[in-house]
Design a protein around this ligand. Structure first.
Ligand SMILES: C[S@@+](CC[C@H](N)C(=O)[O-])C[C@H]1O[C@@H](n2cnc3c(N)ncnc32)[C@H](O)[C@@H]1O
Length: 281
C-alpha cells in the first residue's frame, strides 16, 4: 500500500509552546516560506521515531493537488477561529474528541459534549480547499486556531482526506507530531506554528470577520465589490458550534445573512463573492 504522509519525529516540547520550531526563521522574516533544501529533508527523514503505520497506510494516495499560479495577484487568506480540534487518550489510543464518538468520555471528564464538534472545521477546511479561488492559486494561506490556542498552517495545495475518519486520523498525527510532510518531498503540508497569526499576514490586507450577531448586515457580493482590488483579503470565520469570534485584529465584522449559517456555508458565500469579483469561473 502506498504511504501518503510521512511523519517526522519531534523532540518533546515544553508545555505551553506547542509548535513546529524548525521554521523559527520563517517567522522572523514575516512568514515567507522557502521549501526546505533536499539535504535538510534527507536529514529529517533519518528520524528513527516509530511511526503509526496503520494510520498512515489509511491516508489517501496523493497528498498534493495541482493549483494554478496566481502569485502576483491579490489573494485571500482564511483564518478559522476557535476550531474544536482536541485530542485525548481514550482507552489505549489518542483520538480527536467529538460529541458523536466520545460523549461518555467527555461527560466523565466534566466536559460539555456539545462543545466538541471537529466536523465543523473539517467541513470548513474542505469548502475552502475545494473553492475555485484555491484552484486558481489565489488562496494564499489557511490558518486554523484551535480552542486550545494552537495555530495550524495548512498549505492550500494539500490534498486533505475527504472522509471525516481519515481527517480525524490526520489531526491526531498533526497534534502529536507537530507537522506532516508530503511523501517523497521535504515540504511540510500541515504544521503547528507559533502564535499570533497576525505575524504571517501581509502588510497590505483587509481583515474581515464574520458573525451572525454583527450589526453590519451586508450583501457579500456587493461588499467585496467595494474593497480595494489591490488588497489581499483575510477572512476570519468561526469553526465552533456556538459563541462568536471576537478577535482584536479584525477590522470589520460582517453579518452576511439574516440567518445563522454553518461555517462551511458562510465560507461558500465568501468564496463565491470573491470569485465573482475576480471573474474566476
Ligand atoms: C456555526 S457558526 C457559529 C454560530 C454562532 N452562534 C454565530 O453565529 O456566530 C460558525 C461561524 O459561521 C459564521 N457565520 C454564521 N452565520 C453567519 C452570518 N449570518 N453572518 C456572518 N457570519 C456567519 C461565523 O463566523 C460563525 O462564527
Amino acid at each position: 500500500m502506498v504511504r501518503a504522509y510521512r511523519m517526522k519525529g519531534q523532540k518533546r516540547k515544553k508545555k505551553g509552546d506547542k509548535y513546529d520550531r524548525e521554521d523559527e526563521s520563517d517567522q522572523i522574516d514575516g512568514g515567507s516560506e522557502a521549501p526546505p533544501s533536499p539535504k535538510k529533508a534527507r536529514t529529517e527523514g533519518e528520524s528513527s521515531e516509530a511511526q503509526p503505520e496503520s494510520i498512515l497506510d489509511s491516508m489517501p494516495g496523493i497528498p498534493m493537488v495541482p493549483v494554478d499560479s496566481g502569485h502576483n495577484k491579490p489573494g485571500v487568506i482564511f483564518i478559522l477561529e476557535k476550531a474544536s480540534l482536541e485530542i485525548a487518550k481514550v482507552g489505549k489510543t489518542y483520538q480527536l474528541l467529538s460529541s458523536d464518538e466520545h460523549a461518555n468520555f467527555l461527560v466523565k471528564n466534566k466536559r460539555n459534549p456539545a462543545d466538541y464538534r471537529p466536523d465543523i472545521a473539517f467541513q470548513a477546511i474542505q469548502t475552502i480547499l475545494d473553492s475555485r479561488v484555491n484552484k486558481c492559486g489565489r488562496l494564499k494561506a489557511l490558518y486554523v486556531r484551535t480552542q486550545q490556542n494552537l495555530l495550524m498552517d495548512i498549505k492550500p495545495h494539500v490534498r486533505m482526506p475527504r472522509t471525516y475518519k481519515r481527517f480525524s486520523g490526520l489531526m491526531v498525527q498533526l497534534l502529536q507530531k507537530l507537522h506532516i510532510t508530503a511523501s517523497g518531498k521535504g515540504e511540510k503540508l500541515l504544521r503547528l506554528i507559533k502564535n499570533p497569526v497576525t505575524q504571517y499576514l501581509p502588510v497590505q490586507c483587509r481583515k474581515i470577520g464574520f458573525s451572525h450577531s454583527s450589526e453590519k448586515l451586508v450583501d457579500m457580493h456587493k461588499y467585496v465589490g467595494t474593497v480595494d482590488s489591490e488588497l489581499d483579503l483575510v477572512f476570519v470565520v468561526g469553526a465552533m458550534s456556538h459563541g462568536k469570534i471576537e478577535e482584536n485584529y479584525v477590522e470589520d465584522y460582517l453579518s452576511i445573512s439574516e440567518y445563522p449559517l454553518s461555517a462551511a456555508y458562510c465560507i461558500s458565500i465568501i468564496t463565491n463573492a470573491v470569485e465573482q469579483k475576480w471573474k474566476i469561473l
